[in-house]
Write a protein that binds this ligand. Structure first.
Ligand code: ATP
Ligand code: MG
Length: 278
């Protein structure tokens, strides 16, 4: 086979087998102090990486870097085996079609109905209206909001808006989901129902995800529960077990202070981490 033909195949192979997300020595600063300083981590296919850290430590900046909305000052970022930090907007557009985003504040379009909000990407892709409608119905059913389809965002509670935002993120079966504080500003009970949806999405679709949260409780619920398709509910993993597709990344003052599994986190000797997770 001519070499010119072999190379793209090798690349495609690497893209399908390698990690979905790679941050390699990534730094970014806006003013004097770096917001993220030499951050490296990978997320493998089917894995959920929970990102924790104090307010203002750069979690949302990290998410925007992962989506190509911001460019690092140094270091490289790859998604699906392709460098995105040097990618053209046109190619980024194609990559973003494979990503579902749940923004920190739901970010729904107030002037659009729930149906049009959820179908936004499908409309952009010029999908036939009947087909798009069918997908919206399915996505709203997944988040248990079937009846909200004709409503407007202003008619919904905070928890319902967050559900709509999740339906919008998952509608086209993304290969990667980025959740930025999906429970931010919600009461504990509503937060748990949102985390239940994230667990369901993780265990039903096996999508790769990055999830930012301020709530340690959410992080541990994710790590210790699994979705039971029979009961349609999230249930604790028996015998104190943990989900082995869920890992943690903890940031503080621009640095990674922890990267590892749930067991490694709860057994940490680091005084700052012990205090943070207690
Ligand atoms: N576009 C920007 N220009 C200048 N500074 C920015 C920009 N975006 C973020 N920052 C700064 O970077 C730091 C990290 O912000 P970021 O939004 O990532 O924090 P966060 O960890 O998501 O916080 P929170 O938990 O409150 O959501 C903050 O000091 C913020 O002011
Ligand atoms: Mg944030």
């Amino acid at each position: 086979m001519p070499e010119a033909l072999a190379a793209p195949q090798v690349e495609a192979e690497a893209a399908s087998n390698g990690p979905v997300v790679v941050f390699d020595h990534v730094s970014i600063q806006f003013t004097r102090n770096p917001v993220l300083n030499d951050i490296s981590f990978t997320v493998d296919r089917g894995e959920t990486l929970i990102i924790l850290g104090p307010a203002g430590c750069g979690k949302s900046v990290l998410m925007k870097l992962a989506n190509g909305l911001l460019k690092p000052d140094s270091g490289t970022i790859s998604l699906f085996g392709q460098r995105i930090d040097t990618m053209s907007e046109q190619d980024l557009f194609k990559i973003r079609a494979r990503i579902g985003m749940v923004f920190q504040e739901s970010a729904l379009f107030d002037s659009l109905s729930v149906e049009d909000n959820v179908a936004y990407r499908l409309h952009e892709e010029r999908m036939a209206p009947e087909e798009a409608h069918k997908k919206v119905v399915e996505a709203l059913h997944f988040v248990a909001l079937d009846e909200a389809i004709t409503k407007f965002p202003s008619e919904l509670s905070g928890g319902m808006r967050r559900r709509v935002s999740i339906a919008r993120a998952i509608i086209s079966g993304p290969d990667l989901i980025l959740y930025d504080s999906p429970t931010g500003g919600l009461d504990p009970i509503t937060s748990t129902t949102i985390i239940e949806l994230v667990v369901k999405q993780r265990d039903v679709s096996h999508a790769t995800s990055l999830l930012i949260t301020h709530r340690l409780q959410d992080a541990f619920t994710l790590a210790t529960h699994r979705y039971n398709e029979q009961s349609g509910r999230m249930e604790p993993i028996p015998d104190g077990g943990v989900d082995d597709t869920t890992r943690f990344l903890i940031l503080n003052e621009g640095k990674v202070v922890f990267k590892g599994t749930t067991q490694e986190l709860v057994r940490t000797d680091d005084p700052w981490l012990k205090d943070y997770i207690s």
